[in-house]
Design a protein around this ligand. Structure first.
Ligand SMILES: CC(C)(COP(=O)(O)OP(=O)(O)OC[C@H]1O[C@@H](n2cnc3c(N)ncnc32)[C@H](O)[C@@H]1OP(=O)(O)O)[C@@H](O)C(=O)NCCC(=O)NCCS
Length: 183
């Protein structure tokens, strides 16, 4: 796959650039992000590696974007469709926002835009989203981005605290009604 950019009203999903590394390093040092995204990046080289891997879509199994403010271009977060399986027409979505951008609906907007692009551009039929039961803010993102809660996975994923947490699994189908997000 070749990287594409997606306009989503007040946010823009754009390709990651090496120049994002300093902002990424700051973001990845946020303890809440380290806990729930489990990204063990602590050095600038880790951050450069993070953006390089996400800017390279050639493997065909992920589509990853920097989430930027559409007006200022400031980096607000990250959204990624991963485990893309074209045969099954399934994908999973992961995301985070920088602490200063939280509570403004950035992640739901970015996740919704990524889903719409996957449905239209990749003919994906189902996007899955999992988050720890102990991370209800992420569940709010799922609900606001048009996902339906489907169940609870017991001790299913080891998070940044080294513990296996129960997770909630949500799904959004291409045929589901899109969420009514304000842009
Ligand atoms: C979870 C996360 C992605 C939400 O992103 P966001 O852009 O703030 O999304 P929203 O603005 O829709 O807020 C979602 C919920 O976060 C909580 N929230 C609101 N303001 C907040 C703030 N300033 N700081 C932290 N959480 C806040 C609220 O519960 C909110 O739900 P509500 O709108 O029903 O009140 C973001 O908090 C984050 O990056 N957290 C750390 C990493 C993480 O959890 N990643 C997801 C792993 S599955």
């Amino acid at each position: 796959m070749e990287p594409v950019e997606v306009d989503a009203g007040r946010v823009r999903l754009r390709r990651w650039r090496v120049e994002d590394a300093d902002a990424v390093l700051t973001a990845l040092r946020d303890p809440v992000l380290q806990l729930w995204n489990g990204v063990p990046a602590t050095t600038r080289d880790d951050a450069v590696d993070f953006v390089r891997r996400r800017a390279d879509w050639s493997a065909g199994d992920h589509a990853s974007w920097a989430v930027a403010d559409a007006g200022t271009g400031v980096l607000l977060g990250s959204v990624s469709l991963h485990s893309v399986d074209r045969q099954q027409a399934n994908a999973q979505v992961g995301y985070w926002t920088v602490p200063a951008a939280r509570g403004r609906g950035v992640a739901p907007c970015a996740v919704d835009a990524a889903c719409r692009w996957a449905f239209a551009g990749l003919s994906i039929e189902r996007v899955e989203l999992c988050h720890a039961v102990d991370n209800p803010a992420s569940g709010r993102v799922a609900a606001k981005a048009g996902f339906t809660l489907e169940g609870r996975l017991r001790a299913s994923y080891r998070y940044g605290d080294g513990r296996k947490h129960d997770e909630l699994i949500w799904g959004r189908l291409a045929a589901d009604p899109p969420p009514g997000l304000s842009s």
